[in-house]
Design a protein around this ligand. Structure first.
Ligand SMILES: [Zn+2]
Length: 348
C-alpha cells in the first residue's frame, strides 16, 4: 500500500467512527420509517408462548415466541452491529448490555439466527417450525467483536467481546444454534484489520488475525467482504473499486484457503458508480500480473428496515436491507414485525 492509500485509509476509518454525511443520511432514512411504530409495542408474540408449550411441542420448539403460523413471504430482519462495548450507545457502537438485550429480545420473540448464505439458499434448518429467522451481522472487524486472551499458553475468546457474548448466549439459550455474519476489513486503520493487529488494541497480536478468521468459519459463522479499508466505493474509479473488494477477498482466502465468499457489505451503503462491480469484478495485481476475480451472491445495504423473504418475488439478493443497532430500533422493529404479523415464520 502506498503512502497515499495509507492516508486515505486513515481518513476513511476516522470518518466511519464519527458518522460522516453518507452514514448519517442513511441512518436518517431509517429513522423516518422506524418511528412510525410510535413506540406502541404490544406483546402479542410473547403471548404465543403458552400455546406452543401447551401444545407439547418438542423441547426445541417449545421455547418462548414459537408456535406461530407459517409465513414464508414475511420479512426477515438483518441486524447490523459495529463496535460492541463502551459506556454509551452511539451510531457505531453498542454497549454490551444493549447488545445482550437485543439478543434476549430476539430470542424471547422466537427469532433464531441464520446467515445471509442460508437466507439465499432458503435453508432454515436452524429455525424450528413456528419461529422466525434473524440475521446478525458484525461490520468492520474491530477487536471489540473478537478478542483473544492468552490463558495458560492457550488462546481463548474474550468473554466480553461481541463473539464471546454470542458464544455464552448460545450456551445458555437452547436452540440458538446458527451463526452470525462477519463483514470484515483486512487493511483498515485503527485496528480494523481482522480484529486488531497490534497490542495497543486491547492486547491483540498481528499473528492472531488469520486464526481468528479461520475460527469464525470453523464455528459456522459466515465471512463477508467489506473492502480492504472501508473505501467509499462511490468515489473511486472502477479499478480501485475492484481492487478494494478483491484484496479483501484475497485476505479472507489467505486466512481460510478456498473459502467461498457469498456476501459483501457496502461501506456506508455507498454503491460504486458501476453498480454491478459490487458483486462481480476482477483486479489484476500489478506485481504478479495475476488476476483476482470475485463474484458474490448478496450485497448488503447499510439500512432500510427488514428485508423481503427469499420466497418474495421482490427479493433482490444484490440489495439486502439491514436494521442498524441504533437506540431501540432493533427491538422496535422485531416487535413491530410480530405485532403486524409480517414476520417470516418457518412452516412445518
Ligand atoms: Zn463498515
Amino acid at each position: 500500500m502506498d503512502r497515499r492509500l495509507v492516508v486515505l485509509a486513515a481518513l476513511a476509518l476516522a470518518a466511519c467512527s464519527k458518522g460522516d454525511a453518507p452514514a448519517g443520511q442513511a441512518s436518517a432514512a431509517t429513522t423516518s420509517t422506524r418511528d412510525s411504530s410510535g413506540g406502541a409495542v404490544s406483546i402479542s408474540a410473547a403471548s404465543n408462548t403458552g400455546a406452543a408449550t401447551a401444545g407439547g411441542a418438542a423441547a426445541g420448539n417449545a421455547e418462548a415466541g414459537g408456535g406461530l403460523p407459517a409465513n414464508q413471504t414475511g420479512k426477515i430482519p438483518v441486524l447490523e452491529y459495529h463496535v460492541i462495548g463502551g459506556e454509551k450507545n452511539g451510531l457505531y457502537s453498542r454497549t454490551v448490555a444493549s447488545y445482550r438485550n437485543d439478543l434476549e429480545e430476539a430470542y424471547k420473540l422466537g427469532y433464531r439466527p441464520i446467515t445471509v448464505a442460508q437466507m439465499l439458499d432458503k435453508d432454515f434448518k436452524n429455525v424450528p417450525a413456528g419461529m422466525s429467522p434473524v440475521v446478525v451481522v458484525f461490520d468492520d472487524a474491530s477487536d471489540s467483536q473478537f478478542r483473544y486472551l492468552e490463558q495458560g499458553g492457550k488462546l481463548v475468546v474474550d468473554p466480553t467481546s461481541g463473539l464471546g457474548i454470542w458464544e455464552e448466549f448460545a450456551r445458555t439459550h437452547p436452540g440458538w444454534k446458527g451463526g452470525a455474519v462477519f463483514c470484515m476489513l483486512n487493511g483498515g486503520a485503527a485496528g480494523h484489520n481482522f480484529f486488531g493487529d497490534n497490542p495497543k488494541f486491547n492486547g491483540q497480536k498481528r499473528e492472531w488475525r488469520f486464526p481468528k478468521v479461520k475460527y469464525l468459519a470453523d464455528q459456522g459463522h459466515e465471512l463477508c467482504d467489506h473492502t480492504l479499508w472501508h473505501a467509499k466505493l462511490s468515489q473511486y474509479p472502477d479499478n480501485v473499486v475492484q481492487e478494494q473488494i478483491a484484496r479483501n477477498a484475497m485476505g479472507i482466502d489467505s486466512a481460510v484457503p478456498g473459502y467461498k465468499i457469498r456476501t459483501m457489505a457496502l461501506p456506508y451503503g455507498l454503491w460504486p458508480k458501476n453498480r454491478p462491480l459490487a458483486w462481480q469484478g476482477s483486479w489484476t495485481d500489478p506485481k504478479t500480473g495475476q488476476a483476482h476475480p470475485y463474484k458474490f451472491d448478496a450485497v448488503l445495504e447499510v439500512a432500510g428496515g427488514p428485508n423481503e423473504s427469499p420466497y418474495d418475488p421482490k427479493f433482490d439478493p444484490h440489495s439486502i436491507n439491514r436494521i442498524e443497532a441504533i437506540g431501540d430500533d432493533i427491538v422496535k422493529q422485531l416487535r413491530r414485525l410480530s405485532d403486524t404479523k409480517t414476520r417470516f415464520v418457518v412452516g412445518k
